[in-house]
Design a protein around this ligand. Structure first.
Ligand SMILES: Cc1cc2nc3c(=O)[nH]c(=O)nc-3n(C[C@H](O)[C@H](O)[C@H](O)COP(=O)(O)OP(=O)(O)OC[C@H]3O[C@@H](n4cnc5c(N)ncnc54)[C@H](O)[C@@H]3O)c2cc1C
Length: 414
């Protein structure tokens, strides 16, 4: 066993991990290690070759690889020790067991940041019946084949699910010469960002078929076709609406699942609404000294949105131990028309950024409010509230608010 003693250890070398590691250095941590199982760094970004990254964060529109390169250079320049091709296996307190070609490592850290990203939902999670031919991919795997390995995946493509990766791949496949028959979405609205619906589908005349789903996969060796059906308001297929579509490729863009087996087996409390850990305003999980950020904390709309959180996690990991323990903890709960809120706990006064998503679409304007048992403490008018667009607000948590038991976040019609 190779032993290391460090101040902060970061697991995951995607944008979240790289930004958190740099922030830990900038906030005084001397020995900062960053572990990633891949031989490259940047996580999923090297395969996202389109531009649009960093607009909010860096003031210019970069490709995924360019954005990742900037994050990596910054971390290296600040002196972060990078261990790639290193798989973190388990976490006990703030000690990590990891393995690479050199052997088994025990990294004893004062604090840890977990930034392990997410994985895509598969056909088996969506429980799509039918045969098991080739030609069925998740959108991210198809993106890797085309953008990293220069392999075309098919000629006649249907995309199930209107998540961002699927929308981006619809455009990519069209540009590569495939026939993109359409994007089929079970919900009555697209789940990807509105700007991606316009730029990736409408600009390329790719149809979006809402309130429909794939009800059967056909083909033996290779996919030959799909049955699609309209769904009712309970998302159940309506009998008699089935129609057959001939195609050789199905891409699944059904959403992302935060990857947290690691934290789960270490005993961290997870939030079933986000799939990530329960955290406080410092992004510290229920395990003392263990912080979380990036897509393993909750799925972000874009990489720019996670940079601010990653910096917060890295900074707080560096400062861990310098702050007094909490005197009082209040819970933050999703209320009317809110699917989740983050952080789920607050234990210190000050400005706190709360991230949340609406449960349903309100296009005509909405009112967002935060209240405790006694009164409303925050109110904001929203032009609209759409589940696919994350909402972030900055709320002043006073000592008086901390005297309550819980906060509830609601979105109502204006
Ligand atoms: C397929 C896909 C396509 C996307 N396309 C876009 C896009 O086009 N535009 C956009 O704005 N956003 C896109 N996103 C979202 C964006 O890329 C993410 O918001 C961002 O990459 C998340 O960063 P992250 O650091 O949290 O995770 P990731 O980039 O996923 O990085 C996580 C890292 O953790 C490592 N890791 C995990 N477990 C371990 C372990 N046990 N030990 C060591 N290392 C580990 C992984 O190897 C990986 O490198 C996409 C996401 C996916 C999944």
């Amino acid at each position: 066993m190779i032993r290391h003693r460090v101040d902060v250890a970061v697991i995951g070398g995607g944008p979240a991990g790289l930004i958190a590691a740099a922030a830990a250095k900038e906030n005084g941590a001397e020995r900062v290690y960053l572990l990633d199982r891949n031989h490259w760094l940047g996580g999923i970004l090297p395969q996202c070759i389109h531009d649009g990254f960093g607009v909010g964060e860096m003031g210019e529109s970069l490709t995924g690889p360019e954005y990742a390169e900037i994050c990596l250079e910054r971390a290296e320049k600040l002196g972060v020790t990078i261990m790639n091709e290193t798989m973190a296996l388990n976490l006990e307190g703030t000690s990590i067991t990891a393995v690479n070609r050199e052997g088994v490592h025990r990294i004893e850290a004062k604090s840890v940041v977990v930034a392990t990203g997410c994985r895509e939902k598969t056909r088996w999670i969506a429980m799509i019946p039918g045969t098991r031919p080739s030609g069925v991919y998740t959108a991210g795997v198809a993106q890797a084949f085309i953008n990293l390995y220069n392999r075309m995946i098919g000629k006649k493509v249907v995309i199930l699910g209107s998540g961002n990766v699927g929308l981006i791949m619809a455009r990519r496949l069209k540009l590569e010469g495939a026939e993109v028959i359409g994007v089929v979405e079970i919900l009555p609205y697209a789940t990807g960002l509105p700007r991606n619906v316009v730029q990736c589908l409408e600009d390329y005349n790719i149809p979006l078929l809402l309130s429909h789903t794939v009800t059967e996969i056909h083909g033996q060796e290779r996919l030959e076709g799909l049955t699609i059906s309209q769904v009712d308001e309970h998302l159940k297929p309506i009998k008699g609406t089935e129609r057959y579509i001939e195609c050789d490729t199905l891409l699944l863009s059904l959403g992302l699942l935060p990857e947290n087996e690691f934290l789960k087996s270490a005993g961290a409390l997870l939030d079933p609404r986000t799939g990530g850990p329960v955290v406080n305003q410092d992004l510290e999980t229920s395990l003392p000294g263990v912080f979380s950020c990036g897509n393993s904390l909750h799925v972000h709309d874009s990489v720019d949105m996670l940079a601010e959180e990653a910096r917060l996690a890295g900074k707080n990991a560096a400062l861990y131990g310098m702050r007094k323990g909490p005197l009082k903890v209040i819970e933050v709960l999703p209320g009317q028309n809110v699917s989740y809120v983050l952080p789920q706990r607050i234990d210190r006064s000050g400005k706190v950024v709360i991230s949340l998503r609406a449960r349903t679409t309100m296009k005509e304007g909405a009112l967002l409010s935060v209240s405790d048992e006694r009164k409303e403490i925050f109110r904001k008018k929203l032009r609209s509230a759409i589940p696919s667009t994350m909402i972030r607000i900055r709320v002043d948590i006073t000592e008086d608010v901390l005297n309550g038991e819980k906060l509830e976040v609601d979105i109502s019609e204006r």
